[in-house]
Design a protein. Structure first.
Length: 463
């Protein structure tokens, strides 16, 4: 039976499929049926094994180029070689095509542009990498700085707390010591009321001539400071030591310290103590301005001036006064820090004077309660204006004796300048004299014998 006969009639396609399955399985699909296969296609590469009709039209493919399976499950691979496109003749010299002229230039430009693009991409990648590393480094630096700042603030906080605790301990110790020293601070003289406050005044001797000792700026205990000198004069003269407000055993008062206010307080204290004028004024240092002003304003109350290295107005023309430093010293004294500074309470009166051991203890006790008081600071703040006021009043004409030091001991002047200024001033006084001493500023604690002898001679000649 020819396969073309099976294609006619009903169910022709199904019969052909059945026949094909039988051939693939090696069994006969139906008894008595003979199958005659046509010869293979003349083209061995043609997979169309069964041409139908006249060799064209519907073709049956037993297998494709890829791996397939028949319906019976038998795997079959093609034996034919697929027809493909013909191979072109490869160019010689390794398969490279040589270009000349404009095409070659164009290709070169393209290659150069490609290199530039590659370089740009690499550069961008490098920049991104660098930016990332830089960002990481900055983040680490910020973290490190933040940690360092926290550590620094922690250290500062610890230091501040330690300082506060230390200051509290120092202040408590200071208050305890002040309470223990209260007996030592009992007034050595008498207290008189001036402007509603107590002012200390010390009186010694019974002579007819009254010598009024006036302390310099910042002297904590004038009564003890002058004692080495007035102890040698009290057998001939009446000795009076006036302790201004803020000094010694007088009250600390926060009030104006212009020259008129200071002078009127001193005059009121002498009047309250029953000590009439005239007086021989013995000022030291800054009190020289008050003594000169007293002689200018009330000449009948001043019979003579004995200057103990006293200040004259010209000193303050170039003197530099540091008020903030004085306020800092005042704060340190009020807290009690000064108690821990070795030797600060050992003044010239304590080291070189004739004070007894008990008097030295009294002096130190007074020192810790009368160092850089607000009254002293106010007085220093007014001193330049007070000097101008005294200078404007002129030079008083009365017996005057000046003891001049070598300028050491805290004056801030060299020896030549310190001596030149008072010598020029005393030259304008008709009955003026001066004596140069080779000792520091507190002359009455060093040369008290020499000074006392010259005072006696000076006052005897004046009479």
């Amino acid at each position: 039976m020819v396969i073309s006969d099976l294609c006619s009639g009903e169910h022709s396609v199904a019969r052909v499929v059945e026949l094909v399955d039988s051939l693939a399985s090696g069994a006969s699909a139906r008894k008595g049926v003979r199958v005659r296969l046509p010869p293979r296609a003349p083209n061995p590469y043609n997979p169309n094994l069964f041409p139908i009709g006249d060799g064209f039209g519907l073709l049956v493919f037993f297998e494709k180029f890829e791996d397939t399976r028949f319906r019976s499950g038998v795997e079959r691979r093609p034996t034919s070689k697929p027809r493909g496109p013909r191979k072109r003749n490869e160019p010689e010299q390794g398969g490279r095509i040589r270009l000349h002229g404009a095409p070659a230039l164009f290709v070169l430009i393209l290659r150069f542009y490609s290199c530039l693009e590659s370089f740009r991409c690499v550069a961008n990648e490098w920049n991104l990498c660098y930016d990332e590393q830089n960002k990481v480094r900055k983040d680490k630096q910020k973290i490190t700085e933040r940690y360092a700042m926290k550590k620094f603030l922690k250290v500062i906080l610890i230091v501040v707390l330690a300082v506060i605790i230390l200051l509290v301990v120092i202040y408590i110790n200071h208050q305890i010591r002040l309470n223990q020293e209260s007996k030592l601070r009992s007034p050595l003289g008498q207290s008189v009321e001036v402007d509603g406050h107590n002012m200390s005044i010390y009186i010694e001797g019974t002579g007819d001539t009254t010598l009024v000792f006036m302390s310099g700026g910042g002297t904590c205990s004038p009564i003890l400071d002058f004692k080495s000198l007035y102890a040698l004069l009290s057998d001939q003269y009446k000795i009076v030591v006036v302790e201004k407000f803020g000094y010694g055993f007088s009250d600390v008062v926060d009030k104006s310290r212009d020259i008129d206010s200071i002078l009127e307080d001193t005059r009121a204290a002498l009047t309250a103590a029953g000590l009439p004028a005239p007086y021989v004024l013995c000022p030291h240092s800054m009190s020289g301005l008050e003594a000169l002003y007293w002689a200018q304003k009330y000449p009948d109350e001043v019979s003579a001036i004995v200057g103990l290295d006293m200040a004259v107005p010209a000193y303050y023309d170039s003197m530099d006064i540091n008020i903030p430093l004085m306020r800092a010293a005042s704060w340190a004294a009020n807290i009690g820090i000064t108690r821990f500074i070795p030797g600060i309470s050992d003044s010239d009166a304590v080291k070189y004077g004739t004070l007894s051991d008990t008097e030295k203890e009294i002096y130190k006790a007074v020192f810790y309660s009368r160092t850089a008081t607000v009254t002293m600071i106010n007085e220093t703040a007014w001193v330049k204006e007070n000097a101008e006021r005294v200078n404007h009043m002129g030079v008083p004409q009365l017996p005057m004796l000046l003891f001049i030091s070598d300028g050491s001991g805290g004056t801030g002047f060299d020896k030549e300048t310190w001596r030149k200024i008072p010598i020029e001033y005393i030259a304008q006084v008709q009955n003026g004299e001066y004596i140069e001493l080779d000792c520091p500023h507190y002359v009455h604690d060093y040369e008290y014998k020499t000074i006392s002898e010259n005072i006696v001679d000076f006052l005897s000649n004046k009479e």
